[in-house]
Design a protein around this ligand. Structure first.
Ligand SMILES: Nc1ncnc2c1ncn2[C@@H]1O[C@H](COP(=O)(O)OP(=O)(O)OP(=O)(O)O)[C@@H](O)[C@H]1O
Length: 357
């Protein structure tokens, strides 16, 4: 579905190339909006799918804002409505109701003006003319984005260098690996100096090095002033990049804020860590620890003959290690320290709380 939609956007853009080319004399669009005006404003957007009798709402009255120089991350289980939200933000998909403003422009009333400020990367590998070279693709998209004739070549060179594809400029895109295509997408966004960059799972299916490279490029675009919406299932990626997180479930935002705000919303106050050698820990002890007031969860992992035990706490400060040793009946349990909960721990607690509530 995504791939078809991506191809749809491409063909729509192809049809519009002559119109947008007329606008090529317009100045660079980077930061041409008022600084405190969001680059994206979604106001109560709703979208349903299906036939008239059997419609299912998949995004339900969602409101969010993205400012220049920030990364907003959408997290949520499969089918929560993240991609649908990204597509509405790009106007690739129209909401049934609600409004979409891109750099202050009503993007539903005037999608072509809105589109010029954004760059969209959908999860698939499509979105390029596969038989054309990387550089010809970038030229085409730069022209669509209204990059001035004088700026096109230097910008393409800079962006290919930034993503490490300068040696592949003349290679056909169909010969690129998935990771190279993702980098070329980022080059496309960099080249057009898009104010709003929409990234739907940009690192899915990439090896760890390629994923890291993409994350660095996302951070570069943020430093360059782009407002970025990112969907991902990689919690470490969201934790490293997001200035603000929205957790979406069944088409609604259930909680928003920083990792700490999310942790506060479920009163996940911290994590204490312990270790024990294999013979010093009985897995049944985890159940006894769960009975201690304030304990939210206990996770014990055995690796290389060593148990590593993490205990998440609600409404508690660093607990007395002796109390834990006694409850676990593991006198040799070593206390390793106390840390804030990771986004993964917080996210799972948020979804659990949502299910319980
Ligand atoms: N074109 C479509 N026709 C019918 N239903 C659709 C269509 N596109 C998406 N859906 C449904 O809408 C819901 C939300 O899908 P969406 O792709 O936005 O979820 P998501 O949060 O991005 O999921 P994932 O994490 O799996 O990518 C899902 O139940 C999906 O099956």
């Amino acid at each position: 579905m995504r791939k078809d939609q991506g191809a749809g956007l491409l063909s729509r853009r192809r049809e519009e190339v002559s119109m947008t080319a007329q606008d090529m004399a317009s100045p660079s669009r980077m930061h041409d909006h008022h600084t405190d005006q969001p680059v994206l404003e979604l106001e109560s957007v709703t979208r349903s799918y299906g036939t008239r009798d059997r419609r299912r709402v998949v995004v339900d009255g969602l409101t969010m804002r993205v400012h220049a120089g920030s990364v907003v991350c959408l997290l949520g289980p499969n089918g929560a409505g993240k991609t649908t939200t990204i597509k509405m933000a790009s106007t690739l998909l129209l909401p049934d109701s609600g409004s979409v403003r891109i750099c202050g422009i009503d993007a539903i009333a005037d999608p072509y003006r809105g589109e010029k400020h954004l760059s969209l990367l959908l999860g698939g590998e499509r979105g390029f003319y596969l038989r054309a070279s990387a550089i010809d693709n970038l030229r085409f998209f730069a022209q669509l984005a209204g990059v001035s004739h004088r700026d096109v070549e230097p910008r393409i060179r800079e962006s290919l260098e930034a993503v490490g594809l300068e040696d592949k400029a003349d290679a056909r895109v169909e010969t690129f690996s998935r990771g190279m295509k993702q980098r070329l997408h980022i080059a496309r966004a960099m080249c057009s100096h898009a104010s709003l960059v929409l990234l739907d799972e940009p690192t899915t299916g990439l090896d760890p090095h390629s994923a890291l490279r993409i994350r660095e490029l996302i951070a570069d675009m943020r430093r360059g002033g782009a407002g970025i919406v990112l969907t991902t299932h990689a919690m470490a990626e969201a934790e490293a990049l997001a200035d603000r997180i929205h957790v979406i479930r069944e088409g609604r935002i259930i909680v928003s804020g920083s990792v700490r705000d999310l942790a506060d919303s479920v009163r996940l106050d911290g994590v204490s860590m312990y270790m024990a050698f294999e013979s010093e820990w009985n897995p049944d002890a985890a159940n006894r620890l769960r009975g201690i007031p304030g304990v939210r969860g206990v996770n014990a992992d055995l690796r290389g003959g060593v148990w590593s035990i993490t205990v998440t706490w609600q409404g508690a400060h660093e607990p007395d290690a002796e109390l834990i040793r006694q409850a676990a009946a593991s006198p040799e349990l070593r206390h390793l320290g106390w840390r804030p909960a990771s986004l993964e721990e917080v996210y799972l607690a948020v979804l659990d709380a949502g299910r319980e509530g």
